[in-house]
Write a protein that binds this ligand. Structure first.
Ligand SMILES: Cc1cc2nc3c(=O)[nH]c(=O)nc-3n(C[C@H](O)[C@H](O)[C@H](O)COP(=O)(O)OP(=O)(O)OC[C@H]3O[C@@H](n4cnc5c(N)ncnc54)[C@H](O)[C@@H]3O)c2cc1C
Length: 276
Protein backbone atom coordinates (compact mmCIF):
# COMPACT_ATOMS: atom_id res chain seq x y z
CA UNK A 1 0.00 0.00 0.00
CA UNK A 2 1.46 3.46 -0.86
CA UNK A 3 2.41 5.72 2.05
CA UNK A 4 0.96 8.81 0.40
CA UNK A 5 -2.14 9.93 2.31
CA UNK A 6 -4.69 10.95 -0.30
CA UNK A 7 -7.03 13.90 0.18
CA UNK A 8 -10.71 13.15 -0.28
CA UNK A 9 -12.90 16.21 -0.76
CA UNK A 10 -16.36 14.62 -0.53
CA UNK A 11 -18.24 15.91 2.50
CA UNK A 12 -21.62 15.38 4.08
CA UNK A 13 -23.90 16.75 6.74
CA UNK A 14 -25.34 14.11 9.03
CA UNK A 15 -26.68 13.38 12.47
CA UNK A 16 -24.06 11.03 13.84
CA UNK A 17 -24.81 8.67 16.73
CA UNK A 18 -22.34 8.55 19.61
CA UNK A 19 -20.97 5.02 20.03
CA UNK A 20 -18.66 5.81 22.98
CA UNK A 21 -17.61 8.92 24.86
CA UNK A 22 -14.85 8.03 27.30
CA UNK A 23 -12.47 9.89 29.60
CA UNK A 24 -8.87 9.66 28.34
CA UNK A 25 -7.28 11.73 31.07
CA UNK A 26 -8.10 14.78 33.18
CA UNK A 27 -10.14 17.05 30.87
CA UNK A 28 -9.52 14.83 27.82
CA UNK A 29 -12.10 12.63 26.09
CA UNK A 30 -12.39 10.27 23.16
CA UNK A 31 -15.69 10.17 21.28
CA UNK A 32 -16.57 7.56 18.67
CA UNK A 33 -19.28 8.46 16.18
CA UNK A 34 -21.16 6.24 13.78
CA UNK A 35 -20.99 7.82 10.32
CA UNK A 36 -22.07 7.43 6.75
CA UNK A 37 -19.42 6.21 4.29
CA UNK A 38 -18.06 9.58 3.08
CA UNK A 39 -16.72 10.26 6.58
CA UNK A 40 -15.20 6.86 6.83
CA UNK A 41 -13.00 8.01 3.91
CA UNK A 42 -11.46 10.77 6.05
CA UNK A 43 -7.66 10.97 6.01
CA UNK A 44 -5.25 12.11 8.77
CA UNK A 45 -5.27 15.90 9.08
CA UNK A 46 -8.86 16.35 7.91
CA UNK A 47 -11.46 17.61 10.35
CA UNK A 48 -15.19 17.75 11.02
CA UNK A 49 -17.44 20.59 12.20
CA UNK A 50 -19.69 19.55 15.07
CA UNK A 51 -22.82 21.26 16.32
CA UNK A 52 -23.94 20.48 19.85
CA UNK A 53 -27.57 21.56 19.97
CA UNK A 54 -29.38 23.28 22.84
CA UNK A 55 -26.29 24.54 24.63
CA UNK A 56 -26.62 28.11 25.86
CA UNK A 57 -24.21 30.43 24.08
CA UNK A 58 -23.13 27.87 21.48
CA UNK A 59 -24.34 28.96 18.04
CA UNK A 60 -21.54 27.81 15.76
CA UNK A 61 -20.17 24.44 14.87
CA UNK A 62 -16.80 23.56 16.40
CA UNK A 63 -13.87 22.03 14.46
CA UNK A 64 -12.26 18.74 15.55
CA UNK A 65 -9.58 16.68 13.83
CA UNK A 66 -10.48 13.17 12.83
CA UNK A 67 -8.36 11.08 15.21
CA UNK A 68 -9.10 7.71 13.65
CA UNK A 69 -11.61 5.46 11.96
CA UNK A 70 -13.90 3.09 13.83
CA UNK A 71 -13.68 -0.32 12.20
CA UNK A 72 -16.26 -3.11 12.17
CA UNK A 73 -15.28 -6.36 10.48
CA UNK A 74 -12.34 -4.47 8.96
CA UNK A 75 -14.67 -1.86 7.40
CA UNK A 76 -14.80 1.77 8.54
CA UNK A 77 -18.19 2.59 10.06
CA UNK A 78 -17.34 5.71 12.01
CA UNK A 79 -14.76 8.18 13.22
CA UNK A 80 -12.97 8.90 16.46
CA UNK A 81 -12.41 12.35 17.98
CA UNK A 82 -10.03 13.20 20.82
CA UNK A 83 -10.90 16.44 22.55
CA UNK A 84 -9.99 18.65 25.47
CA UNK A 85 -12.64 20.47 27.48
CA UNK A 86 -11.89 24.20 27.13
CA UNK A 87 -15.32 25.89 26.94
CA UNK A 88 -19.05 25.45 26.56
CA UNK A 89 -19.23 23.19 23.51
CA UNK A 90 -16.53 20.79 24.65
CA UNK A 91 -17.99 20.71 28.20
CA UNK A 92 -21.39 19.80 26.70
CA UNK A 93 -19.75 17.13 24.53
CA UNK A 94 -18.09 15.58 27.56
CA UNK A 95 -21.49 15.10 29.20
CA UNK A 96 -23.03 13.29 26.20
CA UNK A 97 -23.90 9.62 26.34
CA UNK A 98 -23.80 6.78 23.79
CA UNK A 99 -26.94 6.84 21.63
CA UNK A 100 -27.18 10.65 21.60
CA UNK A 101 -26.52 12.42 18.31
CA UNK A 102 -24.45 15.36 17.13
CA UNK A 103 -24.78 17.23 13.85
CA UNK A 104 -21.60 16.65 11.93
CA UNK A 105 -20.21 18.19 8.72
CA UNK A 106 -17.21 16.64 7.02
CA UNK A 107 -14.68 15.44 6.24
CA UNK A 108 -13.24 18.90 5.61
CA UNK A 109 -9.89 20.37 4.61
CA UNK A 110 -6.65 18.92 3.39
CA UNK A 111 -4.77 16.20 5.22
CA UNK A 112 -1.08 15.32 5.52
CA UNK A 113 0.67 14.29 2.34
CA UNK A 114 3.53 11.97 3.16
CA UNK A 115 5.78 11.09 0.23
CA UNK A 116 6.93 7.49 -0.10
CA UNK A 117 10.62 8.30 0.01
CA UNK A 118 10.98 10.44 3.18
CA UNK A 119 13.25 8.82 5.71
CA UNK A 120 12.88 9.31 8.56
CA UNK A 121 9.44 10.71 9.14
CA UNK A 122 9.35 12.88 12.27
CA UNK A 123 5.90 13.11 13.85
CA UNK A 124 5.54 15.78 16.55
CA UNK A 125 2.42 16.14 18.71
CA UNK A 126 2.00 18.66 21.52
CA UNK A 127 -0.94 18.20 23.91
CA UNK A 128 -4.25 17.81 22.10
CA UNK A 129 -2.27 18.02 18.83
CA UNK A 130 -2.10 14.25 19.23
CA UNK A 131 -5.54 13.96 17.55
CA UNK A 132 -4.51 14.11 13.87
CA UNK A 133 -1.10 12.55 14.56
CA UNK A 134 -2.30 9.38 16.24
CA UNK A 135 -4.43 8.83 13.12
CA UNK A 136 -1.39 9.38 10.89
CA UNK A 137 0.85 7.20 13.11
CA UNK A 138 -1.71 4.39 13.16
CA UNK A 139 -2.06 4.51 9.38
CA UNK A 140 1.67 4.62 8.65
CA UNK A 141 2.76 2.48 11.61
CA UNK A 142 0.57 -0.38 10.47
CA UNK A 143 3.13 -1.29 7.83
CA UNK A 144 2.08 1.43 5.36
CA UNK A 145 5.39 3.27 5.55
CA UNK A 146 8.70 1.81 4.43
CA UNK A 147 10.98 4.18 6.37
CA UNK A 148 11.63 4.96 10.02
CA UNK A 149 8.95 6.81 11.98
CA UNK A 150 10.20 8.85 14.95
CA UNK A 151 7.40 10.18 17.14
CA UNK A 152 7.87 13.13 19.55
CA UNK A 153 5.05 13.43 22.06
CA UNK A 154 5.01 16.38 24.44
CA UNK A 155 2.74 17.97 27.02
CA UNK A 156 2.76 20.07 30.15
CA UNK A 157 2.70 17.03 32.40
CA UNK A 158 2.49 13.23 32.23
CA UNK A 159 -1.34 13.36 32.22
CA UNK A 160 -1.23 15.45 29.01
CA UNK A 161 0.55 12.67 27.10
CA UNK A 162 -2.39 10.95 25.41
CA UNK A 163 -2.53 7.64 23.51
CA UNK A 164 0.77 6.50 25.05
CA UNK A 165 -0.12 2.81 25.26
CA UNK A 166 -1.23 2.75 21.66
CA UNK A 167 1.88 4.56 20.45
CA UNK A 168 4.08 2.08 22.31
CA UNK A 169 2.49 -0.76 20.33
CA UNK A 170 3.09 0.84 16.91
CA UNK A 171 6.12 0.24 14.81
CA UNK A 172 7.88 3.53 15.64
CA UNK A 173 10.55 5.12 17.83
CA UNK A 174 8.88 7.14 20.61
CA UNK A 175 10.34 10.16 22.49
CA UNK A 176 8.46 11.76 25.37
CA UNK A 177 8.87 15.25 26.82
CA UNK A 178 7.00 17.13 29.53
CA UNK A 179 7.39 20.72 30.68
CA UNK A 180 7.51 19.62 34.34
CA UNK A 181 9.71 16.57 33.78
CA UNK A 182 7.04 14.13 35.10
CA UNK A 183 7.59 11.87 32.05
CA UNK A 184 10.35 11.67 29.47
CA UNK A 185 12.74 14.59 29.02
CA UNK A 186 12.05 17.80 30.93
CA UNK A 187 11.39 20.64 28.49
CA UNK A 188 9.70 21.20 25.13
CA UNK A 189 9.58 18.38 22.56
CA UNK A 190 11.22 20.75 20.10
CA UNK A 191 14.60 20.21 21.84
CA UNK A 192 14.97 16.47 21.04
CA UNK A 193 13.21 17.07 17.72
CA UNK A 194 15.78 19.71 16.71
CA UNK A 195 18.65 17.33 17.51
CA UNK A 196 17.07 14.47 15.55
CA UNK A 197 16.28 16.67 12.53
CA UNK A 198 19.83 18.07 12.51
CA UNK A 199 21.13 14.48 12.28
CA UNK A 200 18.67 13.52 9.49
CA UNK A 201 17.63 16.65 7.57
CA UNK A 202 16.50 14.58 4.56
CA UNK A 203 13.47 13.41 6.52
CA UNK A 204 10.16 15.18 6.85
CA UNK A 205 8.29 16.60 9.84
CA UNK A 206 4.52 16.37 10.39
CA UNK A 207 3.38 18.36 13.42
CA UNK A 208 0.34 19.54 15.34
CA UNK A 209 0.24 21.38 18.65
CA UNK A 210 -0.01 24.80 20.27
CA UNK A 211 1.05 27.84 18.22
CA UNK A 212 4.37 28.34 20.03
CA UNK A 213 5.36 24.75 19.37
CA UNK A 214 4.38 24.92 15.69
CA UNK A 215 6.34 28.13 15.24
CA UNK A 216 9.41 26.48 16.80
CA UNK A 217 8.94 23.39 14.60
CA UNK A 218 8.74 25.65 11.52
CA UNK A 219 12.02 27.32 12.54
CA UNK A 220 13.74 23.95 13.07
CA UNK A 221 12.63 22.79 9.63
CA UNK A 222 13.74 26.02 7.95
CA UNK A 223 17.16 26.00 9.64
CA UNK A 224 17.86 22.36 8.61
CA UNK A 225 16.20 22.54 5.16
CA UNK A 226 13.87 19.73 6.26
CA UNK A 227 10.43 19.40 4.69
CA UNK A 228 7.66 20.13 7.17
CA UNK A 229 3.86 20.02 7.27
CA UNK A 230 1.95 21.57 10.14
CA UNK A 231 -1.72 21.09 11.07
CA UNK A 232 -2.91 24.51 12.22
CA UNK A 233 -5.82 25.15 14.59
CA UNK A 234 -7.33 28.61 14.33
CA UNK A 235 -10.73 29.82 15.44
CA UNK A 236 -13.26 29.16 12.65
CA UNK A 237 -17.01 29.48 12.33
CA UNK A 238 -18.06 27.75 9.11
CA UNK A 239 -15.30 25.31 8.09
CA UNK A 240 -16.16 25.75 4.41
CA UNK A 241 -14.39 28.93 3.34
CA UNK A 242 -17.35 31.29 3.62
CA UNK A 243 -16.75 33.22 6.86
CA UNK A 244 -13.04 33.97 6.25
CA UNK A 245 -12.52 33.83 10.02
CA UNK A 246 -9.60 31.42 9.86
CA UNK A 247 -7.26 33.09 7.37
CA UNK A 248 -3.46 33.01 7.69
CA UNK A 249 -0.99 35.25 5.89
CA UNK A 250 1.15 33.56 3.26
CA UNK A 251 4.90 33.59 3.82
CA UNK A 252 6.70 36.04 1.53
CA UNK A 253 3.41 37.39 0.11
CA UNK A 254 2.31 40.24 2.32
CA UNK A 255 -1.44 40.81 2.11
CA UNK A 256 -2.10 37.36 0.56
CA UNK A 257 -4.04 34.95 2.73
CA UNK A 258 -4.93 31.26 2.87
CA UNK A 259 -7.99 29.77 4.56
CA UNK A 260 -7.19 27.18 7.20
CA UNK A 261 -10.49 25.39 6.56
CA UNK A 262 -10.15 25.03 2.76
CA UNK A 263 -6.42 25.38 2.00
CA UNK A 264 -5.42 23.62 5.25
CA UNK A 265 -5.55 22.81 8.08
CA UNK A 266 -2.35 21.02 6.98
CA UNK A 267 0.12 23.37 5.29
CA UNK A 268 3.68 23.19 4.17
CA UNK A 269 5.29 25.18 7.01
CA UNK A 270 7.28 27.32 4.57
CA UNK A 271 4.06 28.49 2.89
CA UNK A 272 2.46 30.32 5.82
CA UNK A 273 3.26 32.65 8.67
CA UNK A 274 2.49 30.29 11.54
CA UNK A 275 0.32 32.13 14.07
CA UNK A 276 1.39 32.55 17.68
C1 LIG B 1 -8.93 22.32 12.22
C2 LIG B 1 -9.09 22.25 13.73
C3 LIG B 1 -9.00 21.03 14.36
C4 LIG B 1 -9.17 20.94 15.75
N1 LIG B 1 -9.07 19.72 16.34
C5 LIG B 1 -9.26 19.60 17.65
C6 LIG B 1 -9.20 18.32 18.27
O1 LIG B 1 -8.99 17.30 17.60
N2 LIG B 1 -9.41 18.25 19.60
C7 LIG B 1 -9.65 19.38 20.37
O2 LIG B 1 -9.83 19.26 21.59
N3 LIG B 1 -9.71 20.59 19.81
C8 LIG B 1 -9.53 20.74 18.48
N4 LIG B 1 -9.61 21.98 17.90
C9 LIG B 1 -9.95 23.13 18.77
C10 LIG B 1 -11.45 23.09 19.07
O3 LIG B 1 -12.15 23.42 17.90
C11 LIG B 1 -11.80 24.11 20.18
O4 LIG B 1 -11.17 23.71 21.37
C12 LIG B 1 -13.30 24.15 20.39
O5 LIG B 1 -13.91 24.80 19.30
C13 LIG B 1 -13.62 24.91 21.67
O6 LIG B 1 -15.03 25.05 21.78
P1 LIG B 1 -15.68 25.42 23.18
O7 LIG B 1 -17.05 25.97 22.95
O8 LIG B 1 -15.54 24.30 24.13
O9 LIG B 1 -14.74 26.56 23.72
P2 LIG B 1 -14.85 28.10 23.39
O10 LIG B 1 -15.71 28.75 24.44
O11 LIG B 1 -15.16 28.34 21.95
O12 LIG B 1 -13.34 28.49 23.65
C14 LIG B 1 -12.73 28.33 24.92
C15 LIG B 1 -11.34 28.90 24.86
O13 LIG B 1 -10.56 28.15 23.90
C16 LIG B 1 -10.06 29.01 22.89
N5 LIG B 1 -10.13 28.31 21.59
C17 LIG B 1 -11.22 27.88 20.96
N6 LIG B 1 -10.90 27.32 19.78
C18 LIG B 1 -9.56 27.41 19.67
C19 LIG B 1 -8.62 27.07 18.69
N7 LIG B 1 -8.98 26.51 17.55
N8 LIG B 1 -7.33 27.32 18.93
C20 LIG B 1 -6.94 27.91 20.07
N9 LIG B 1 -7.79 28.29 21.04
C21 LIG B 1 -9.07 28.06 20.84
C22 LIG B 1 -10.98 30.22 22.91
O14 LIG B 1 -10.33 31.38 22.42
C23 LIG B 1 -11.30 30.36 24.37
O15 LIG B 1 -10.28 31.01 25.07
C24 LIG B 1 -9.44 22.11 16.52
C25 LIG B 1 -9.52 23.35 15.88
C26 LIG B 1 -9.34 23.42 14.50
C27 LIG B 1 -9.44 24.74 13.80
Amino acid sequence: MPARVKVEMAMDLQDARIIHNRVLGPGYYKMELECIPSLAGAVPGQFVMILIRDVEGVFWRRPFSVAGLVLEDGKACGIELIYKVVGRATAAMSAMAPGQRVSLLGPLGRGFEVPDESDPLFLAAGGIGIAPLIFLARHLGAGNYPGRIIFFLGGRSKSDLLCLKELEKLNLELHLSTDDGSAGLAGPLTEPLAEAVARDPDGMICACGPPGMLKAVGRIAASCGCRCQVAVETLMACGMGACQGCVLEQAGRQGAYLKVCRDGPVFDASRIIIPG
